[in-house]
Design a protein around this ligand. Structure first.
Ligand code: 6PG
Length: 241
């Protein structure tokens, strides 16, 4: 596993860096396997990721397979939906075939356990065994959560399932589904995106101190890379500075 921190002077430059990364990973993956598998988180990430990517004519979006690293159990049209965020920021602007977009089943929103199991079965149809994503895009919460893996919650202990549910998320809404650490740690590339001074303390705890009470500290792809795309405000307390 290798970890690298890329620190930029603004969110805009972070977005440009992510554009270069995704263009590179996408063409590499398509040359290797004929497709690019990617998972998105919610929060501020989709807008930052999509800003330049959606205008990048070198990317072959017809080969993209899009999943969500975590999703809230709300309707696809709800303002809290991570599907909706990624759709509005990216999917509405680029030619990814609808059959290659894997969203939470909207008929299972009142049963998060069933929604998680169904989401895993969508992944089984695409990946032969434990998914090896070409890229998983992750945000970081101020408490050190990533995906919907929260400190002190049992989802972080999961060793077998690829997708699990949570009904008491400290960050609203309470019901969610999330990829598990085995999936995150099988990825070829995990790219964390964190901007703003509000993230400076937690970044130091994860990257420099590797505080294992924080779920994000457990993300270390066995045969892949963990990359951090951060701005100087978020990176200001890191030793690399
Ligand atoms: C969610 C997210 C979550 C998010 C972080 C960071 O759906 O809530 O996937 O893990 O990525 O909370 O969010 P910000 O980038 O908005 O700070």
């Amino acid at each position: 596993m290798s970890t690298k921190v890329y620190s930029f002077s603004s969110t805009n430059e972070v977005a440009q860096g992510l554009d270069k990364l995704l263009a590179h990973l996408s063409s590499e993956a398509i040359a290797r396997s004929g497709r690019f598998t990617v998972a998105f988180s919610g929060g501020s990430l989709p807008a930052t990721v999509a800003k330049y990517v959606k205008h990048n004519s070198t990317i072959d979006f017809s080969k993209w397979f899009v999943f969500w690293a975590d999703e809230r159990c709300v309707d696809h049209s709800d303002s809290e939906s991570n599907y909706r965020l990624v759709k509005e920021e990216l999917l509405d602007h680029v030619p990814i075939p609808a059959k290659q977009v894997f969203a939470i089943d909207p008929t299972l929103l009142s049963n998060s356990a069933a929604a998680a199991a169904e989401y895993q079965s969508q992944m089984v149809a695409v990946f032969d065994s434990v998914p090896v994503f070409d890229c998983i895009l992750l945000g970081i919460g101020p408490d050190g959560h990533t995906c919907s893996l929260f400190p002190g919650h049992p989802q972080i202990e999961e060793n077998d399932k690829w997708v699990v549910h949570i009904d008491d998320s400290p960050k609203p809404p309470p019901s969610r589904i999330t990829l598990t650490l085995p999936v995150l740690n099988h990825a070829r590339t995990v790219a964390f995106v964190a901007t703003g001074a509000g993230k400076r303390g937690i970044l130091r705890e994860i990257i420099d101190d590797r505080n294992l009470a924080l779920p994000a500290s457990h993300v270390a792809p066995t045969n892949g890379s963990a990359l951090w795309f951060v701005d100087h405000a978020a990176a200001q307390d890191l030793k690399i500075n």
